[in-house]
Design a protein around this ligand. Structure first.
Ligand code: AMP
Ligand code: ZN
Length: 473
């Protein structure tokens, strides 16, 4: 099955092919700066690239797919957060890196294989900077080291900007030590109280862009197959990553750094990008208090990754309803046919959905395909075709697993709002109801039904006098 991806550098969909000389497929996604809890916009690249990671594993079972997502743990905002709380910087970065990992896990994102941290890669950053100075692409000035953008001919190729236009359009006040307004910092002096490392250019710390160039090379080797992030990272972050890495190695072609570039569109609220600077953010943590992580994941996958996605309550309600429907079909199947087999990924079972995802990660199409399968399942259940239904239920689980969905036990999905105490009480009532009905004690059966209704419980009678229950939506 061939995989097609939209490559930002080519500005079109292209066929993805693994490197002929390697049995690895490498993926690098720019991760968070860890100084506070992330908003749902920041979760979009995580869920999108998690879907890609799962797909690559399914499409290339004979390759080793290696996914690195970095943690930026040196930054002005981190220093400010540590100062505001009066705690060491490391306490802030550890706390928020851990919370990030937890939150992303609750959105069903698999942990990446590698999680490089900027502070643990200072040596390769210094080496890269030294190489750039050595071949004239960077210069030291007043304790800073800057990249000279005129020394990389393909500068602007990723973002489609010409350097001439950029220089002509520069309005910002330019630091006097810069040769060109667009030159960007590779190394800079630290302010008092900020972390610093020794270097031949004076003590200081790295710039943001060099961090990712160094971590990509150190963790995955060059060229990385797929490099990703949100649309706002195309310029300057990814443009600068390419320039640094290629200039340091004397490579002309941007693809010497990354073979394919993928960028997700923005998550918006009222048509404006969700961002901390605009203040229109909803934190993943807050949302998780109100919604299961899978609902957030479904909502994030409901739009194509390159399209904007407007975040509304209606979107979440729709996602919840959709999952209720899909889990409902699985739960009905479970009651008729017993436990549902775990779908076999990468086999005929999930082929239709895999094909849709292989078309530049068409997640809306893939979600529609899940509904088509669940409609077929419902029809089979209505017709009492137990063995066909058992097979279709397994297909549904296999298809959904490519998207990281429907991996919960369907009964657990409908009962997760009840704590252990309430669950035990409901279980006891449901069991008693089965008994009194068998004994034709209709009066007590009615009482129990009324009690369960008051607890917002729906009872579903199964074969042979058995019964199961759900909390009503
Ligand atoms: P930041 O912390 O701003 O560097 O963002 C971390 C990641 O989230 C980057 O890949 C950004 O491109 C992405 N991102 C930030 N805001 C949004 C948004 N509103 N919609 C989609 N992606 C976003
Ligand atoms: Zn980066």
């Amino acid at each position: 099955m061939s995989l097609t991806l939209h490559d930002t550098l080519s500005r079109r969909k292209v066929a993805f092919t693994p490197r002929p000389d390697s049995n690895r497929i490498t993926l690098y996604v720019c991760g968070p700066t860890v100084y506070n809890d992330v908003h749902i916009g920041n979760a979009r690249p995580v869920v999108v690239f998690d879907a890609l990671y799962r797909l690559l594993k399914a499409v290339y079972p004979d390759h080793q797919v290696v996914y690195a997502r970095n943690v930026t743990d040196v930054d002005d905002k981190i220093n400010a957060a540590a100062q505001a709380e009066g705690v060491p910087i490391r306490e802030i970065t550890e706390r928020f890196a851990e919370r990030y990992r937890t939150d992303m896990g609750r959105l069903g994102a698999l942990p990446p294989d590698l999680e490089p941290r900027a502070t643990e890669h200072i040596a390769p950053m210094r080496e890269l900077i030294a190489a750039l100075i050595g071949n004239g692409a960077a210069y030291a000035a007043e304790g800073h080291v800057l990249f000279d953008v005129t020394r990389y001919a393909a500068y602007g190729a990723l973002s489609g900007r010409s350097l001439g236009d950029m220089i002509a359009g520069a309005r910002v006040e330019v630091a006097p030590y810069k040769k060109n307004p667009q030159d960007f910092v590779l190394w800079k002096p630290s302010k008092p109280g900020e972390p610093e490392w020794p270097s031949p250019w004076g003590p200081g710390r790295p710039g943001w862009h060099i961090e990712c160039s160094a971590m990509t090379e150190a963790t995955l080797g060059l060229p990385v197959d797929i490099h990703g992030g949100g649309h706002d990272l195309i310029f300057p972050h990814h443009e600068n990553e390419i320039a640094q890495a290629c200039a340091a190695h004397g490579a002309e072609q941007p693809r010497a750094y990354a073979r394919y570039w993928m960028h997700n569109g923005f998550l918006t609220m009222d048509a404006e990008k969700m961002s901390k600077s605009l203040g229109n953010v909803v934190r993943v943590r807050e949302l998780l208090e109100r919604w299961p992580g899978e609902v957030l994941r479904f909502a994030l996958l409901s739009a194509h990754y390159r399209a904007p996605l407007d975040w509304t309550d209606a979107l979440l309600e729709q996602a919840k309803k959709s999952l209720d429907r899909l889990y409902g079909a699985l739960d009905d199947a479970r009651r008729l046919t017993g436990e549902i087999g775990r779908g076999r990924i990468g086999t005929e079972a999930d082929r239709a959905v895999r094909e849709l995802l292989c078309d530049d990660l068409n997640t809306p199409g893939a979600l529609s395909a899940l509904f088509a399968t669940s409609d077929r399942l419902r029809a089979e259940l209505r017709a009492g075709q137990a063995s066909a239904a058992a097979e279709t239920a397994e297909v549904l689980v296999a298809e959904a697993s490519l998207l990281g969905l429907l991996q919960d036990d369907p009964h657990a999905w409908f009962t997760r709002g009840a704590d252990a105490g309430l669950s035990a009480r409901i279980e006891a009532l449901v069991a008693e109801r089965v008994q009194v009905r068998a004994a034709k004690n209709w009066a007590r059966a009615d009482e129990i039904r009324a009690e369960l209704t008051a607890l917002n419980v729906e009872v579903l009678d199964g074969p042979g006098g058995t019964a199961t229950w759900r909390l009503k939506a």
